[in-house]
Design a protein around this ligand. Structure first.
Ligand SMILES: C[S@@+](CC[C@H](N)C(=O)[O-])C[C@H]1O[C@@H](n2cnc3c(N)ncnc32)[C@H](O)[C@@H]1O
Length: 220
């Protein structure tokens, strides 16, 4: 069986070490929107090669950690201090541990996104921020395919899952142009021999949402 796209060299050729549409542009947009301060404890769920963890430390002075279930991804990381092998639905942290949590191009891959959101809510401090970016489906699609493109859900479903998990939506932006750019780079890197990814297909978009855990204390 072929490994998932994010474990294939073609994605690293097309996207570098940020294995998602938009790269650091969307990460920086979110960090600036939240006014991420030095010393904040931040978790990146499904951190892949740890690119965002490195960015949050070097550019924002965050105390950043990552969790990633795939040992083959973690083996590709040279300095993996603060990266832990774990699932997004079973985070090995105490309640209220983080000021902010990033989940970039991962939520739709979780076996149960609702359980993931509940777990993210648990490890965030009151008023802590959750940064979500992911593919979305412009229409409802049913498929057994396990790829991120096939598992994308409509934005309404994500909004309602977020409200149900106790989050308030502060920002929602469309970044579908970044998805198109990545799909084009993937096609170029893969060449004619393989349709590397179905993320360029019609009916898919890419979003950024920044949401906040409702609560009475301040995150700062
Ligand atoms: C498209 S990649 C994005 C990686 C990283 N967030 C980035 O943007 O560079 C998706 C990542 O989600 C991870 N993943 C898959 N299932 C997961 C789960 N149940 N919990 C946490 N991460 C998961 C994969 O191993 C992979 O590293």
């Amino acid at each position: 069986m072929q490994s998932p796209l994010w474990e294939q060299p073609v994605l690293r050729q097309a996207a570098g070490r940020t294995l998602r549409p938009g790269g650091f542009t969307i990460t920086d947009r979110a960090a600036n929107f939240m006014n991420l301060l030095p010393g904040w404890r931040v978790l990146d769920v499904g951190c892949g090669l740890g690119a965002t963890v490195g960015r949050l430390r070097s550019r924002y002075g965050a105390s950043a950690f990552g969790v990633e279930p795939s040992s083959s991804q973690l083996e590709l990381v040279e300095r993996n201090t603060g990266l832990i092998q774990a699932l997004g639905t079973e985070l090995p942290f105490m309640d209220g541990s983080f000021h902010a949590l990033f989940c970039e191009c991962v939520l739709s891959l979780l076996p149960s996104p609702k359980s993931g959101l509940k777990e993210f809510h648990r490890v965030l401090r009151p008023n802590g921020f959750l940064v979500l970016s992911d593919l979305y489906a412009k229409d409802s699609v049913q498929s057994d395919d396990k790829s991120c493109a096939a598992r994308a859900i409509p934005l309404d479903e994500t909004r309602s899952a977020l409200h149900g998990a106790g989050f308030e939506i502060l920002l929602e932006e469309d970044h579908s142009a970044s998805l198109k750019q990545l799909a084009a780079r993937l096609l170029f890197s893969a060449g004619a021999e393989s349709p590397a990814c179905s993320c360029g297909r019609r009916g898919l978009g890419y979003y950024l949402m920044i949401v906040q855990k409702r609560g009475s204390e301040h995150a700062g």
